[in-house]
Design a protein around this ligand. Structure first.
Ligand SMILES: [Zn+2]
Ligand SMILES: [Zn+2]
Length: 405
């Protein structure tokens, strides 16, 4: 059966946002069509307690609010950091960890205590003096339960394992002998399978996409997601399907929307006097301000690509959250405006979920009279992939959406 999953999120404890109610999350999941959602921050003790109090166990390893159909699995993000010889700065890499039950979560909390790591925020740090120590720690985590899964998160962002800040040449430098236990990676909002498929280190791995959201809003939950073919709905079947690369498709941001897609310096930087700089070839120093230029995600991907990789075919599609398409079509800035939500609700009377709308090749039934014609034509354009971000994102600026309807 096909299951839509979004396995990377954060709670209010990860900072920057207020508390997010699980009931709100569940409501948004249903509208979006997400079946299983990663709880976020499950290691942080107040969050663990909250999850234990509010969620009830259902299918093995899955949890739900009483009487509710949305499923949750226990998930956290952890930041590993270590010293690698030859690298001046510490290597920092974000990871998603999935747990089959609360007992495994408690065992992981005990490991954090044993290692003297603070567990006082939603997304804890695990620091190691050496890669050798890191390898032992990763092995200890994997030994908690054979179904614990450690997944490098948003691999190409500056805080991802292969990002330009770390500047690693191979994942082996970081994982050493633990490498065979890495079976799945998260592409992140800034890269898509096309960009990653010819990187030798990733060629054989499963690619998944998640929202990494810090909110229950409709433009956040499921803004990226994965549809997987699993035998049944439970944690074990899900993990086995992911490990076996049974991905039906991933829904991705168009990477050119990302704030660090292209290499360059924006016009309002100090010393730039309103002039931007977008080099066509690799440049390490900006000729305008004289400062270092960090390679964008696209350039970083090119630099890691191998010559003789035959890409494994991966199904994916670029999508934009429906509320953003609606807002764009009616010329409204806020995706939370009454007008946008009104149109969204009308569409969701016709479609069972946003996922169903995007999976349809055409517009279902007669929507004219229900929603504005420009909204219909822009939805159809997005269904066909007729949109891009021009100019693309660079140096902290998002790409600008253009829909060709
Ligand atoms: Zn992260
Ligand atoms: Zn500059």
């Amino acid at each position: 059966m096909r299951i839509a999953v979004d396995l990377h999120s954060h709670s209010g404890y990860a900072g920057g946002v207020g508390q997010i109610e699980l009931s709100q999350v569940s409501h948004s999941m249903k509208l979006k069509g997400i079946d299983i959602f990663g709880t976020g921050d499950c290691l942080f003790p107040p969050r663990t307690q909250e999850l234990q109090q509010q969620l009830q166990p259902c299918e093995e390893g899955c949890f739900a609010l009483p009487g509710d159909s949305s499923r949750f699995i226990l998930q956290t993000e952890v930041i590993f950091s270590t010293k690698i010889s030859g690298y001046k700065n510490k290597i920092i890499a974000h990871h998603i960890i999935l747990f089959p039950n609360f007992s495994a979560v408690h065992k992981m909390q005990n490991l954090l205590t044993k290692w003297g790591m603070k567990n006082t925020i939603g997304r804890p740090f695990i620091t190691s003096d050496s890669v050798k120590k890191l390898q032992t720690q990763l092995e200890d985590i994997a030994a908690i339960d054979p179904l614990v899964e450690i997944i490098p998160a948003h691999v190409m962002t500056p805080d991802g394992i292969l990002g330009s800040k770390n500047n690693l040449l191979t994942m082996q430098q970081f994982y050493r002998d633990f490498l065979p236990n890495i079976r799945i990676i998260e592409t992140g909002l800034s890269a898509d399978p096309k960009m990653l498929e010819t990187i030798p280190d990733l060629a054989e791995l499963t690619f998944i996409s998640n929202s990494d959201c810090h909110s229950a809003a409709l433009n956040r939950i499921g803004r990226e997601f994965t549809v997987v073919e699993a035998n049944e709905i439970n944690y074990k079947s899900l993990i086995e399907a992911l490990r076996a690369n049974k991905i039906v498709f991933t829904a991705e941001f168009n990477p050119s929307e990302g704030r660090y897609f292209q290499t360059g310096h924006r016009a309002n930087r100090k010393g730039h006097d309103g002039e931007n700089y977008l080099p066509e070839i690799h440049t390490s120093k900006c000729p305008i301000c004289g400062k270092k230029i960090i390679p964008g995600v696209q350039e970083r991907c090119y630099s890691l690509q191998g010559n003789c990789i035959i890409p494994r075919h991966r199904n994916y599609r670029h999508l934009i959250p429906l509320v953003e398409v609606i807002a764009h079509s009616v010329g409204v800035k806020s995706v939370k405006s009454k007008k946008v939500i009104g149109i969204f609700n009308k569409l969701l009377q016709v479609y069972s979920s946003e996922l169903e709308l995007w999976c349809s090749k055409t517009i279902k039934g007669d929507l004219s009279g229900l929603v504005p014609p420009t909204t219909i034509s822009q939805i159809m354009a997005v269904q066909k992939g007729n949109f891009r971000f021009e100019p693309p994102g660079y140096d902290g600026l998002y790409g600008k959406l253009q829909i060709f309807s």
